[in-house]
Design a protein around this ligand. Structure first.
Ligand code: IPE
Ligand code: IPE
Ligand code: MG
Length: 241
């Protein structure tokens, strides 16, 4: 029997670099944090749009390992926004059957925020609708370095032989170990770079770089990009026969 999922041409896993909050606020003569608050509000409707669009996995970039370079005021404001977002959204996420996971270097975050992250993961553990992954204190290079360290520990402990390490082995040590690779990576705000996001995982992802600033990213814009994906020809290095 053919399942709906087998014939649907859409991307199962979409990853988004939510960029442009600062510029959105600056254009309005407001502080950058005003843009971050507007951006956070957008997340709920994008998450809620996923089931109808056939998106089973949504991964969003919230804070990079490089974002600590921002002013102390902006960093503290973002951390407080993340804490509040988790507290405010837990109920709606559960009600929408969304399973939340976090990726990134957790020990580098404030212990209170880490606790909230653990609690949200626990609270949504049994949800089997959309898989929402939030990247906080995440950097692709940092993730690969941490994975390599874990892998080296297994080699040192005799659990893994160097000759057995291949492209299937390393991803089992990444933060994303339980997730499929992203089919489509979207970056808002007009910048055409990936800024250390999902380096290993996006080797064969399709990319969309769009000018829309993240606080203006609506479910309609999202749906348009998903529709555009259907027309793409993913070859993975092969040729059509
Ligand atoms: C993205 O918006 C959100 C984070 C990086 C936390 P920015 O804050 O980078 O916005 P711009 O790029 O300065 O406009
Ligand atoms: C990437 O955006 C990080 C997030 C969206 C969280 P940045 O705004 O930090 O990236 P750069 O500095 O423009 O490369
Ligand atoms: Mg930016």
């Amino acid at each position: 029997m053919t399942k709906v999922d087998d014939i649907r041409p859409g991307p199962a896993h979409v990853a988004i670099i939510m960029d442009g909050n600062g510029r959105w606020a600056t254009m309005r003569g407001r502080p950058r944090l005003f843009g971050h608050h507007a951006g956070a509000k957008r997340v709920r409707e994008i998450v809620e749009a996923c089931p109808d669009l056939g998106v089973k996995y949504l991964t969003i970039f919230g804070f990079s390992t490089e974002n600590w370079r921002r002013t102390q005021i902006e960093v503290a404001g973002l951390m407080s926004l993340f804490r509040r977002y988790i507290q405010k959204e837990t109920r709606a996420l559960k009600a929408n059957n969304v399973r939340v996971r976090f990726i990134g270097d957790r020990p580098g975050l404030d212990p209170k925020l880490q606790q909230l992250m653990d609690d949200l993961e626990d609270a949504t553990r049994d949800c089997d609708g959309t898989n929402l992954t939030i990247a906080l204190n995440y950097g692709g290079r940092d993730e690969v370095a941490r994975a390599t360290r874990l892998l080296a520990e297994d080699v040192a402990a005799g659990k893994l032989k160097p000759e057995d390490i291949d492209v299937e082995t390393l991803p089992r040590y990444l933060d994303t170990r339980v997730l499929p690779d992203p089919d489509l990576v979207i970056r808002t705000s007009g910048e055409a770079r990936i800024s250390n996001f999902l380096l290993w995982q996006s080797a064969y992802s399709e990319y969309e770089f769009i000018d829309t600033l993240w606080p203006d990213f609506s479910p309609d814009v999202f749906a348009g990009l998903i529709a555009g994906y259907a027309g793409r020809d993913r070859r993975f290095g092969g040729v059509k026969v």
